[in-house]
Design a protein around this ligand. Structure first.
Ligand code: GLU
Length: 380
């Protein structure tokens, strides 16, 4: 029987990721919230002094850079302006952290990542090798951000909530704390619904829970709650409990670690923990294509844990090679799995919808029965 999940068990968290959003780092005008950052840094330094391993994922580069370049309040910056701003602002951001951590005899180590670094399996593996030595020196705090200056559409990680979750999974953290300008997940939109209540904990991210984070019409409101929920889903599947909490709460990180009921906690299910290779193919790598499957194949995958055969595939989109990661969706576009595909896109298009016995006849060879083998697939 599983141990009941209580917040007290967070006290023993040894390795954790703290994510700080742009709204906490600086005002909309790009002025650094120094006191707030100083208190977050002091809490992190204290945890490191206790022998815990803490990684900081921080946003704010673009905002600080735009301010430094005198571009705040002007027209919405285009991609290359944002990239230039990120290059400028990242220096400001790190100078600030460097100074604040130095006051606690901590050293900062900067890691800037793109989606490509996570998609490329060898680079993704090396990321862990880079981080581990930092952990053995408790005074070194890895400070991580997306490398916005070279991240363009297609290779972008997008949100640091997601980056933080992927890092938490990659280095097997016990806990991810997303510090935000909202208190946690509410049952409705607290700005318009006086009945909306803060949910102290979420054991399973169901469609009802997803609806609480806002429908597709609410845009990026509620402090980007949807991206936080996605991050919580990834991190918990990878074994890290996730807390979303108000960054301005005094001693917020210590409160979380003492088991105080702050924010919303999403419990990880250790028994459902996804192994390292499937973490990469299911969450970190960017899919190169999409396979739409019929109802029968979807059931075989999700209920029986079967492999995906060409006969169940209705449509093949994208340009990919054998061994690439592809996404498996059903007819309404819902993603049910990702996996390593056994055939390149042009061949798969020829054999989609056909029985195994016909593969040889159509392609002239028959290396695999499966389009994606179950061992190379992660079900969502
Ligand atoms: N990486 C961006 C920055 O530092 C922010 C991305 C995010 O807020 O999620 O400005």
């Amino acid at each position: 029987m599983d141990r009941p999940l209580t917040r007290e068990q967070l006290r023993s968290a040894q390795r954790l990721v703290i994510k700080v959003g742009s709204n906490l780092v600086a005002t909309p005008e790009g002025v650094v919230n120094r006191d707030l950052l100083a208190s977050i840094v002091s809490e992190i330094a204290e945890l490191a002094a206790q022998g815990r391993q803490v990684l900081l994922v921080t946003s704010g580069a673009v905002r600080l850079g735009l301010a430094k370049m005198g571009l705040v309040g002007g027209p919405k910056p285009d991609l290359s302006t944002r990239q230039a701003a990120a290059a400028v602002g990242q220096v400001e951001l790190m100078a600030c952290y460097n100074e604040l951590f130095s006051a606690h005899q901590c050293i900062v180590g900067q890691l800037l990542l793109t989606g490509d670094d996570l998609s490329n399996r060898s680079r993704y593996l090396h990321l862990r090798n880079t981080l581990l030595p930092m952990f053995s020196h408790h005074e070194v705090i890895p400070v991580i951000n997306e490398n916005d200056s070279v991240s363009v559409e297609g290779v972008q990680i997008g949100e640091n909530d997601r980056l933080a979750a992927l890092i938490a999974g990659k280095v097997q953290c016990d806990l991810l704390v997303i510090l935000s300008d909202v208190e946690g997940l509410y049952t409705g939109d607290p700005r318009v619904d006086p009945e909306a209540e803060l949910l102290p904990e979420v054991r399973e991210i169901t469609p009802t829970i997803e609806a609480m984070a806002g429908g597709s019409t609410s845009g990026v409101g509620r402090g980007g709650m949807r991206s936080k929920l996605t991050a919580a889903r990834l991190a918990t599947r990878m074994g890290a409990h996730t807390v979303i909490a108000l960054g301005r709460l005094p001693q917020v990180i210590s409160q979380v670690l003492q088991g105080e009921p702050v924010g919303t906690i999403f419990w990880a299910k250790p028994q459902a923990r996804v192994g390292a290779r499937k973490q990469w193919l299911g969450f970190a790598a960017a899919p190169r294509g999409t396979l739409t499957v019929d109802e029968g194949a979807a059931n075989a995958l999700t209920r029986r844990g079967s492999s995906l055969l060409p006969v169940g595939i209705r449509a093949v989109e994208g340009i990919f090679r054998e061994g690439d990661v592809v996404s498996v969706v059903v007819s309404d576009g819902r993603e049910i799995a990702r996996g390593l595909v056994n055939y390149p896109a042009d061949e798969l298009r020829l054999i989609a919808g056909t029985k195994t016995g016909q593969i040889e006849e159509i392609l002239g060879y028959h290396p695999y029965d499966e389009a994606i083998h179950r061992d190379n697939m992660l079900l969502y």
